[in-house]
Write a protein that binds this ligand. Structure first.
Ligand SMILES: *Cc1c(COP(=O)(O)O)cnc(C)c1O
Length: 358
């Protein structure tokens, strides 16, 4: 089945007999048992809820996985993932990461005894692996520099060293990239972004193929308790229905804007992976960057990405504020860099908005 059809129709699960075309929001904390030692399959919504389960099955199907677990945010999903590891374990990660993930690794996971090495090329991965290494954590394209990593190549390394390969697939979504089919073990999503797609819900997911790994993660999820609410699960299910068409349109708009930016003398460099709706660009000076942020009218100066509304961010003081300055500068995340999440407005209006802002 084509992915566009899965987006619209979701998974095959049906929880009632009314023929409801949209999945109901099961706003129930607990579920009555038909008898002693018997269960409908649902006991308590921290462990499982039908609306959340529907979302989980849908995203597992989209990613070509077997299992998914939905969390109250992308960061709750990363936090749960980190509970797989013990003090002394070592993780090799992309160096150009979502700022919040970096903050979690650097302030919380490190405090819990997990060590990290940050790399920015395939060659560096193997150099960074030690006997204590347990996992590789990859974001592709990277944020905010939009560098692509060959997941299949990374997976060869992870298999050779018996490591878990985790891929944050927030930026491309299963519409453009299915990491499990390329050898990843766990796919991570901030569903707040493209899966939800409307800048109105915070949510996260972990997707796996392996049943044992899923059971370990599900135990962590129900024990630590950050499951997605039934209402928010419904919001993400609703968003996913238009995922395919939104990804196409935002990519089409992004390509037009990239061409326009590349022709502007004020722009020093454009960072675009060639796929999807995310791009960054570096201005020739800081004043121009600030002027653009303060002058855009349709595009909004706000954190986040992947929604129908175009958003522009200043990574240095927003998403990557917690990264030490020296590291930020080394990665090119400086006062001249802006990141644009291209939405679904008319490309003509977006270009005109940028033109007047420049
Ligand atoms: C936003 C984001 C996260 C964190 O997700 P939240 O839903 O904001 O908690 C993780 N990874 C990437 C790539 C993101 O863009």
């Amino acid at each position: 089945m084509d992915i566009s059809t899965i987006c619209v129709h979701g998974c095959d699960k049906r929880y009632d007999t009314t023929g409801a075309v949209a999945v109901p929001i099961f706003a129930s904390a607990t579920f009555a048992h038909p008898g002693v030692g018997k269960s409908t399959g649902f006991d308590y919504s921290r462990s499982q809820n039908p609306t959340r389960e529907y979302l989980e099955h849908t995203v597992a199907k989209l990613e070509g996985g077997e299992h998914a677990i939905a969390f109250s945010s992308g960061m709750a999903a990363v936090s749960a993932l980190m509970e797989l590891f013990s003090p002394g374990d070592h993780i090799v990660s992309s160096d150009d990461l979502y700022g919040g993930t970096y903050r979690l690794f650097d302030n919380i996971s490190s405090k819990n005894g997990i060590e990290f090495s940050y790399i920015n090329s395939l060659e560096e991965i193997e150099e960074a692996i030690k006997p204590a290494t347990k996992a590789l954590f990859i974001e592709t394209p990277t944020n905010p520099m939009m560098r692509l990593t060959d997941i299949a190549e990374v997976s060869k390394i992870s298999q050779k060293h018996n490591l878990l390969l985790v891929v944050d697939n927030t930026f491309l979504t299963p519409y453009f990239q299915r990491p499990l089919s390329l050898g990843a073990d766990i796919v991570l999503h901030s569903a707040t972004k493209y899966l939800g797609g409307h800048n109105d819900t915070i949510a996260g997911l972990l997707v796996t193929k392996d049943t044992d790994l899923n059971e370990r993660l599900r135990f962590i999820a129900k024990t630590t308790g950050a499951g997605l609410s039934p209402f928010d699960s419904y919001m993400i299910i609703r968003g996913i229905k238009t995922l395919a068409i939104r990804m196409e349109r935002s990519q089409e708009n992004a390509r037009i804007i990239v061409k326009w930016l590349e022709a502007k003398s004020e722009v020093a460099k454009v960072y675009y992976s060639g796929i999807g709706g995310m791009l960054s660009f570096s201005l020739c000076d800081e004043q121009t960057a600030i002027k653009i942020l303060e002058s855009v009218k349709i595009i909004q100066y706000a954190e986040s990405l992947g929604g129908v509304e175009s958003l522009i961010t200043y990574p240095m003081i927003q998403t990557h504020a917690d990264m030490p300055e020296a590291e930020r500068n080394a990665r090119g995340i400086d006062a001249r860099l802006l990141r644009l999440s291209v939405g679904l407005e008319s490309a003509k209006d977006l270009v005109a908005d940028l033109e007047q802002a420049f």
